[in-house]
Write a protein that binds this ligand. Structure first.
Ligand code: PHE
Length: 368
């Protein structure tokens, strides 16, 4: 006999066989319970099932041969049961989870710092736009939106730019192709300003109205340091009884102080828009030099920032087609529109409008 672990069997009665096999089964279970690495599992397999020196091989060659004929069947049954037990133990050890080595390879060092995820941040244009809106929200204005693909009627005609009116040329328009079969008023274009939402708002509700409308607008302008074919505006509209130009002045003077600081002064310069009469450009005292005159304000001490005016009665007349309460004899109002990029450039000292849309993280990270 070559395997020391297999004792000689001298008695072949059932009780003796049971004792001998029970002891072997217990040894197999104890050994299997301690198996960890794949090397240990392999040597367990060799020890028990190895063809030449495995214990089961020894049992069959020494015990089975020595057994008297009447004990061979009893011994064979117990031998098969032990073999099955060893095979089951092996299966469990191999399939019952990763080995120590595999676990060590996958181990996580919980003392290492984690991988930090980049948190998103508001784009400087979105931030400025929200800031402007909240100045007016604090005055009781609600917020509205309208479509960016707009009809000629809302963008121009109802805003008192009749077809062929020269004021249309001041807003070089991107139009949707293949609209020739439609009436001019129904032709689609990319809105050149947020003013069409004035008309959409009045058509959908009677006065009084106090609303700000932030949004994206498009013009066929060549890009340069201060022009981008896509930019953003915040429109404002206030309609009620007895709204006067001094309400307009007071509201915008307050808004500019809220946005740029209480030291800022405003002045209203005569201007022209088809949908307001009278119209004005609002200038603020230069925030860079305090009004003394510098390169930024071209030595004038003033910077032009937005357009505004009293709502033209012709615009109310268009709205009255759907909402008769917009009777220019009974109500009045003012409107204003400001460019968000221009305000953001001033607030953050940015000299190239293209930076907002270039997607350069080195620029954007400054606003986190
Ligand atoms: N819609 C005008 C523009 O884009 C701005 C404006 C709005 C002027 C409202 C007056 C009143 O130039």
């Amino acid at each position: 006999m070559t395997n020391d672990a297999i004792p000689n069997l001298t008695a072949f009665d059932e009780a003796a066989l049971d004792r001998a096999f029970a002891s072997l089964a217990q040894q197999a279970r104890d050994a299997a319970a301690a198996l960890g690495t794949s090397e240990a599992i392999e040597s367990f397999r060799l020890e028990w099932l190895g063809r030449r020196q495995g214990r089961l091989n020894e049992i069959s060659s020494s015990w089975l041969k020595a057994a008297p004929p009447e004990a061979k069947k009893l011994l064979g049954q117990r031998f098969n049961a032990l073999k099955k037990l060893v095979e089951d133990l092996l299966d469990q050890a191999a399939g019952g989870g990763p080995s120590d080595a595999a676990l060590a390879a996958e181990a996580v060092d919980i003392t290492l710092p984690g991988t930090r995820r980049l948190t998103g941040a508001e784009h400087p244009i979105t931030r400025t736009l929200n800031e402007i809106v909240s100045v007016f929200a604090a005055l009781g204005y609600s917020v509205g939106v309208g479509p960016e693909v707009e009809t000629d009627y809302y963008n121009f005609e109802s805003m008192n730019f009749p077809p062929g009116h020269p004021a249309r040329d001041t807003q070089d328009t991107l139009v949707v192709a293949n609209q020739e079969r439609r009436l001019q008023r129904d032709r689609l274009l990319l809105r050149t300003h947020t003013s069409p939402v004035q008309m959409r708002t009045m058509e959908s509700q009677p006065p009084p109205v106090r609303i700000v409308i932030p949004g994206k607008v498009h013009r066929n302008d060549a890009a340069d340091a201060t022009h981008s074919p896509i930019f953003h505006q915040v429109e404002g509209l206030c309609v009620d009884t007895k709204i006067t130009f001094s309400d307009l002045k007071g509201t915008l003077d307050h808004a500019m102080k809220a946005l740029f600081g209480s030291a800022v002064k405003t002045r209203f310069f005569p201007s022209f828009f088809p949908f307001t009469e009278p119209s004005a450009d609002v200038q603020i005292s230069c925030i860079f030099c305090g009004g003394k005159g510098c390169r930024k304000c071209k030595q004038s001490g003033w910077i032009e920032l937005l357009g505004c005016g009293m709502v033209d009665p012709a615009v109310f007349a268009f709205a009255a087609g759907k909402q008769p309460a917009y009777d220019p004899k009974k109500i009045s109002g003012f409107a204003f529109g400001m460019g968000v990029e221009r305000i953001a450039m001033m607030k953050y000292g940015i000299s190239e409008i293209g930076q907002f849309f270039a997607g350069d993280m080195r620029f954007l990270e400054q606003f986190v």
